[in-house]
Design a protein around this ligand. Sequence first.
Ligand code: 7RM
Length: 669
Amino acid sequence: MSKAAAPNNTSSQLQENRVFKPAKEFAGRAHIKSMAHYKKLWTESVTKPDKFWSAHAKAELVWQKPFKKVLQWKEPFAKWFIGGQLNVSANCLDRWLGTAYANKAALIWEGEPATDGKPGEERVLTYSQLHREVCRFANVLKRNGVGRGDRVILYLPMVPEAAISMLACTRIGAVHSVVFGGFSAQSVADRIQDSGAKMVITADGGYRRGAVVPLKKNVDDALKLQDAEGKSLTSTIEKVIVLRRTWNEVHMAEGRDVFWHRELDYVDDKCPPAKMDSEAPLFILYTSGSTGKPKGILHSTAGYLLGAKMTSKYVFDLRDEDVYWCTADVGWVTGHSYIVYGPLANGATAVMYEGAPNWPEPDRFWRIIEKYRVTILYTAPTAIRAFMKWGEEWPKKHDLSSLRLLGSVGEPINPEAWMWYHRVIGGGRCPIVDTWWQTETGSIMISPLPGATPTKPGTATLPFFGIHPEVVDDQGKAVPKNTGGKLVVRKPWPSMLRGIWGDPARFKETYWTEVKHSYFTGDGCRQDKDGYFWIVGRIDDVLNVAGHRIGTAEVEGALVSHPSVAEAAVVGRPDELKGQALVCFVTLKTGVHATPELKNELRNHVGKEIGPVAKPDDVRFADALPKTRSGKIMRRLLKQVAAGVEIKGDTTTLEDLSVLAKLTSAEEG
Ligand code: 7RM
């Protein structure tokens, strides 16, 4: 075994022997019923991509004008379904009118419970009702000067109007850019400036753990911000539309700000869908990279929609009778593709929830699943680990027997969390689809298909149709099985990003320079003997300790497999002898005390799980780990803490700044 491969001999490799075969119920009924069927389709999809994508684009999407050519590839710029015209909102809504789906629930919305103990509000919108609301609001947009190609910032709570405004933009060909409600005024301003948006759609407030998030106030602040020369960052903004949600007092600027509900009085509900070119920009979504300010990831119309639709259908095995719930916020790509566009393009029923998983009690999710008889749950490992920490008693209080499929996204899922999710939430009967993808990829890239793919805890398994991922070395050459390397994608796919808004050079540099003729994902990975892809995490999070390659995710997996540990984050610290030393930040389960003995025990535990090379140099206990709003651990900050330097850079995405303060002031000992 090579040095590089040695650290892979981990608890997760032991999990490779635990194989969960597709349940009979799935193998019999799923869209893809066997491994042979999957392999045949996948092979066709990559050997004859034009034929494959042409057939699926025709079958899945409703076109206003047929496309002439499937793909034009001038690396790194792809154009898909050239000459075609279609409208995303028509594909999500109009196509269901006059069918049995018209009066089916499109969105089931549950608001956050009130502080006085009253249950959360509840709203159901059928396909025909959602269509009407989208048409009316699209007319409001037009009335306020928004047209084809104009950028619109959406800064909203998790209410149906978030989906309505996204769809209304697509109806008239405007380009939305959703900004997560947890971001600051500065982030809103930065995104307005970068995108050159004309309008902001916001709300007076949103509810979060019983408190009101002052969204409109943040927009007011954003619109006042200036650059170093005193120039406004947001001079392109002409109008602000304000939704009444919490009815708290807001300032309305005369001539600029208008109320959503008042505007509806001036419009009717007739709004024909704009004919959009396949390649027309659909949305921009900002995402953090390893350097600089967030990049505006640009997606276009036909390819994105096809990716979102097909992956929703095949990965979640969507059926007419499903009640599907993705717990992401629409401010993230997961919310775009798997709350709004994917499910609606399939005529599915999607649940949308406004609040936190542990407000007012840690059983919110399980209550909602029981109440609406949710059949498919799609959530993140970070949430699963929190539920593990809060204890089994919370899910045990509820009837979760409606669930038939579980999904995971956002980070590698450690085998312990996978097993817990499978046993406690899935009752041992639900397949888990561990879905690997990125904001940039638009839709799921690597994932099991529930009727076909045997799963193993901790791996996203195999590529989706048309996706050609490979693990390569520094020269861009494919590495042998069981060897770590860079994850790349060799061929363009329909839902891939079309660029970074306003910065084609950065697009090329970030994604198409690292490995020749390939899309560089930024993730480290290895394939096992069955060809399954085990994502290690971001390459910048892969450490090199004394010449050994160690995945932070692997060490974290080992740490959380210890009964005392709730969560762990591992970073590198510059070390004169070894290049990098391994520093672990650990939060403990309730009732466990931080002692020097436990530190030693954990070091030895990791040494035992992975190998002596991975034995941590330092274990530090923390009350909580600093995380982005989407639940990703902020390793950049932890690296600085580990190295003992001052915290620098953009900290606006911290879930809780006090967490960081605690860490920096905490003494080692
Ligand atoms: C959907 C989303 C992308 C990064 C990606 C990975 C990590 C996401 C998984 C995963 C292992 C997974 N978009 N990641 N899913 N790692 N297994 N199933 O999260 O743009 O916000 O993040 O997230 O590192 O590069 S994202």
